[in-house]
Design a protein around this ligand. Structure first.
Ligand code: ZN
Length: 447
């Protein structure tokens, strides 16, 4: 295997034991740091009745309590501007980002110079794993400003030596011009934007996106690119290979990257972050083995500004394997959605991404666009689940299509649903993250 396959060959091909040895030692130092520097954790550990001596081996980590996003929010409110959980001195912090919260108030994440180096390293490893090389010209058509994976992607892509083109969001004309004039080879964006932009190029520029010559699409920030039917459509639209990455605004911009074999995202944080998968109901740590599903939990191993222990990401993932023909030894997974997105219909857990997969698989009769309509706040939904689906402009038997979608969802997900078909172009498109659920109850009372 040529070493150019890997950015950091030694750690990417190390055995699990070798990686764990590094993690065990680093976690000991991170805990020393927490007990010495973090007011948030000092209080938390005291309340949990746990001390530094309780950690000796890696397996002792499960004795420590989880950290949740709500705790970080409360900590920031209690001690502004950055929160009690900040363990670095303010003048050692070189940059702040914020996570895209849904609650309105930004949730800040600061980094020191050393933290920035770690972010660059994991982000670069993820891009390299996805097939980014020095010769690539990358259109960054994703958030650039407060978004954690904006400037961090710039640093990472530049560190590989590739050319970074900072387009940002909502700038399709600029993106198209840059792709054409610079002869770009790759694009980094959300899968929703890749879909939107392909439609835009056909409609506004009267061009076939395939003619633009992009060879690699690096997608992230939402699950779409890992949904088989959505991926197939994107690859067809662009004539490019689609891979995806996954990160977390509170831990690191990108921590997973799918290799060019396209069999799920490899963990790329080996010596920087420890990943656990836990049962979302009872919090029990699960073995990282093929077929295991649960919530992703992160522990930082050498973070200065925001060291986090057992941070609950709310990302629901499935482990696809622990080896790969590419030679990387880190586990591979697929993210199926966030706990917050999950719906429960007749006791069955349903992620909107699973519904979208079924709708997209009926392309070209459907456009792939759909919305689940919620009359009341979830996660429990009174059956049948209401879904609005766009059918394509080409003539087809609509009654048959409606029937087929309802049957397929029932057969695949074991839930009853009622489908309303609407004509192509009816549902609003999103340039950033896609919306699969329409919450009707939020606008109730509004005129
Ligand atoms: Zn691989």
């Amino acid at each position: 295997m040529p070493t150019s396959e890997y950015l950091d060959a030694k750690i990417e091909t190390a055995t699990l034991k070798e990686v764990q040895k590094v993690q065990e030692a680093k976690l000991a130092r991170q805990l020393d740091y927490l007990f010495a520097r973090s007011l948030f954790y000092k209080e938390k550990f005291q309340a949990a009745g746990i001390g530094r001596k309780d950690y000796r081996r890696l397996r002792d980590l499960v004795r420590f309590p989880f950290t949740t996003k709500e705790e970080l929010r409360e900590s920031q409110a209690a001690q502004p501007p950055l929160g009690k959980h900040v363990a670095a001195r303010l003048d050692d912090i070189i940059r702040v980002h914020s996570s895209t919260g849904t609650t309105g108030k930004p949730s800040f994440v600061g980094i020191t110079r050393a933290d920035a180096r770690v972010w660059t390293a994991t982000t670069a490893r993820s891009f390299y794993t996805q097939g980014l090389r020095k010769s690539d010209i990358v259109i960054h058509a994703a958030g650039l400003t407060m978004f954690v994976a904006g400037l961090s992607s710039k640093d990472a892509i530049e560190s590989i030596g590739a050319m970074f083109v900072p387009i940002g969001t909502g700038a399709s004309e600029k993106a198209l011009m840059a792709i054409q004039l610079l002869k770009a080879t790759a694009m980094h964006c959300t899968p929703s934007y890749a879909t939107y932009f392909a439609e835009w190029v056909r409609r506004e520029a009267k061009l076939d996106p395939r003619e633009l010559g992009l060879k690699k699409l690096f997608c992230g920030a939402e699950p779409g690119a890992g949904i088989p039917a959505v991926r197939a459509q994107l690859e067809e639209d662009w004539g490019a290979r689609v891979t995806e990455g996954l990160g977390n605004a509170d831990m690191a911009p990108i921590l997973f990257g799918e290799c060019t074999r396209q069999t799920g995202m490899h963990f790329c944080g080996q010596e920087y972050v420890l990943a656990e998968i836990v049962d979302p109901e009872n919090g029990q740590s699960l073995p990282i083995e093929k077929g295991v599903g649960g919530e992703l939990v992160y522990t930082s191993l050498e973070r200065e500004c925001v060291p986090l222990l057992r941070f609950r990401t709310r990302d629901r993932v499935t482990v696809l394997g622990t080896s790969c023909p590419c030679g990387r030894t880190s586990f591979r997974l697929r993210c199926i959605g966030r706990t917050d997105d999950m719906l429960i219909v007749l006791g069955v857990n349903v992620f909107p991404s699973a519904i979208r997969d079924i709708i997209s698989s009926l392309h070209p009769r459907t456009t792939g666009e759909m919305r689940i309509v919620l009359e009341e706040p979830g996660p429990k939904v009174m059956p049948p689940l209401k879904i609005v689906v766009e059918h394509s402009a080409a003539p087809c038997n609509l009654a048959e299509l409606k029937n087929e979608i309802e049957k397929r969802i029932k057969a695949t997900l074991s839930i009853p649903c009622s489908v309303e078909l609407v004509v192509a172009g009816t549902l609003p498109r999103y340039e950033m993250k896609g919306q699969l659920v329409k919450k009707v109850y939020e606008n109730k009372g509004a005129v």
